[in-house]
Design a protein around this ligand. Sequence first.
Ligand code: CUA
Length: 441
Amino acid sequence: MNTIHRHSGQPQGTPPPHGRLSHQKLRRTLGTALAAGLGVTLLSGCGSQQLLSIGDLSSGYNREVAFMSIFAIALSIIIFVGVSYALFFTVNKFREDKHTAEPAQFHGNNRLELILVVVPVIIVMFLAVLTVRSMAILNPVAETSTKIDVLGRQFWWNFSYPETKADAGGTVTNGNEMIMPIKQDVALTITSGDVIHGFWAPNVGGQRAAMPATLKTWNVDTDRAGVYQGNCSQLCGASHANMRYKVVALDQERYNTFLAAAKAYRAPEPAADSPEARGYAIFMQGKPATGALACAACHRVQGTPAAGAAGPDLSFFGTRRTLGAGMWEFMTEEHWETPRAKEILHAWIKHSPLVKPGSLMPTYDGSEYLASGKKVKGGVLTDEEIDDVAAYLRGLKLPEEANYWNDTPVYGSSDAAASDTAASVPAQTAKTTQPTPGGNQ
Ligand code: CUA
């Protein structure tokens, strides 16, 4: 009942139709698997359109790692061949049926023992030097690099731009979609607001743990403009797999345009008596008569009094094309405007933990949810009121020239509107109490 069919729903654990695999079948299966594996490996190596790959050589980080890996693998092959040769040579030469006498012992042969110690030490030192070299290239954070602060929470991300203070106050921040410039090091400072998460967007660089009360700096980079997939890489609770984000890499000019627009941005003021205006009122004050909490208590919207920090920043919500921290993707403007996207947003606002297990957002259909580990009853908003809030959120748009999705190629998306096997939101039955697993368990 609490299931979300996000990916194509192949039934799992279906037994093979004719019982055990025959030898021939097994061989064919293995052959296919091997070919597929090789194909995937080769594809990643080409840096072509792929979902998640450290083999994407558009990133200087990945090139450095690839360079090191090639050395390490080549060395391993040489050692493997050398040792295998020595082994078979020895076994063959000193076979018992060829020699009746006990073979000569080398205990006490200082020269041989020295060689057996020195050669591995040289190999290990060679690898250590390579590693230190790569670390020296990848790790220093230059004063001039673009800085982005990354905050992981159960189960979403905030990306703020510490050098860009908004005209309306506060720091420019975007939830779940990280915008970065291409062809330069981008210095991330990564932390967590609760448990350990993992920042992992392999197309732009390696992964780094996001630890509470710890700031870690980390460089990422790419030469190619595009939208890349990011995931949480540390098991962090019920929706670990739903803790996704997008990395949007733009050329310097477009990045500057985004940043300038974001700096100047003030949330648009809704026209009087519009759905947006009604949504704005609920967003700011909630609906005290039914106990519905104000969204502003947990979310920030730049240029309004909403300055909550418990949930993701919603300042540019209408410009985003992902929902629920990348759980649903609508990769074109057209898809973002489909009834499907609206249905999911509606379901999300109404009863977030129902569509995303472990979500800590309050409910607005009167069902219970977890607040600080305790079950409490949510307030109630009517469907119209929820749509008003959704309309307000959808109106929070950056100016069109700063829309970072325009003409940015998307690598490896699973567009929820474009795909037949897309997400289905569980039917909403008001007042049903769903057992919601706590995020932190
Ligand atoms: Cu956060 Cu897994």
